[in-house]
Design a protein around this ligand. Structure first.
Ligand code: IYR
Length: 220
């Protein structure tokens, strides 16, 4: 039996109010920067919960919501994640990465040291549920999980920024160690590691600019 539909809860804005809100939101998002330098200052769990709730409002393929956010505050676990990530990254920077890849990363100043994994008070790991289960335990195919989790990650990042915190989309590679350390089931694949916290007092960012609109928007 299909579920009944409900009326959409929507308040139409006057056109000038739309423009004002759009400008404000854009200006706020345009101030977001990725920094690798985190303060060790504590962040209340409620804020992380709100960011995860916000991520969970993302649209998803067949509304399957194929994501699991694991929020890690335990210093022992964070240290274990850092050790494992740095071991993989050492192999990456010392040979696994192609020269082209290393050249592309050079302006960002990344290397095998991942202090943010222990400095940030929270490390949130996004797992993609590549498939799910029906209530009777039968395997359930999930659709468009990469796209769905990518959108959810975007909402998470926007929520973190809106609350005055910073995050970093860290992609240790390969990520298999995360499922093991965090004891996730086989249907969950680690996708993104996002330390969350305040920036360090002396946090810096690379001197890079965003593309002009004309380079990424096409009008027909
Ligand atoms: N996973 C490595 C390398 C890396 C790759 C990309 I693409 C980046 O945008 C940044 C880093 C690391 O985390 O250092």
């Amino acid at each position: 039996m299909p579920k009944p539909f409900l009326p959409l809860d929507h308040a139409r804005l006057a056109p000038d109010a739309s423009v004002a809100r759009a400008r404000e939101f854009y200006a706020q998002m345009d101030r977001r920067r990725t920094t690798r330098h985190f303060s060790t200052d504590a962040v209340p769990r409620e804020l992380i919960e709100l960011a995860i709730r916000t991520a969970g409002t993302a649209p998803s393929g067949a509304h399957q919501q194929p994501w699991t956010f694991v929020a890690v505050a335990d210093p022992v676990l964070k240290a274990a994640m850092r050790d494992a990530a740095e071991a993989e990254e050492r192999a990456f920077y010392a040979g696994r990465a192609t020269p082209e890849w290393l050249e592309a990363l050079a302006p960002l100043g990344t290397d095998e040291h991942k202090p943010h994994l222990t400095d940030a008070p929270w490390v949130v790991v996004l797992f993609r549920q590549s498939f799910g289960y029906f209530p009777d335990g039968e395997k359930r195919t999930h659709f468009y999980t990469q796209e769905s989790c990518g959108i959810a990650a975007g909402f998470f990042i926007a929520a973190v920024h809106a609350m005055g915190l910073v995050t970093l989309t860290h992609t240790p590679s390969p990520m298999g160690f995360l499922g093991e350390l965090l004891q996730r089931p086989a249907n969950e694949k680690a996708m993104l590691v996002m330390p969350v916290g305040y920036p360090a007092v002396d946090a810096s960012v690379p001197d890079i600019a965003r593309k002009p609109l004309a380079d990424f928007a096409v009008w027909k």
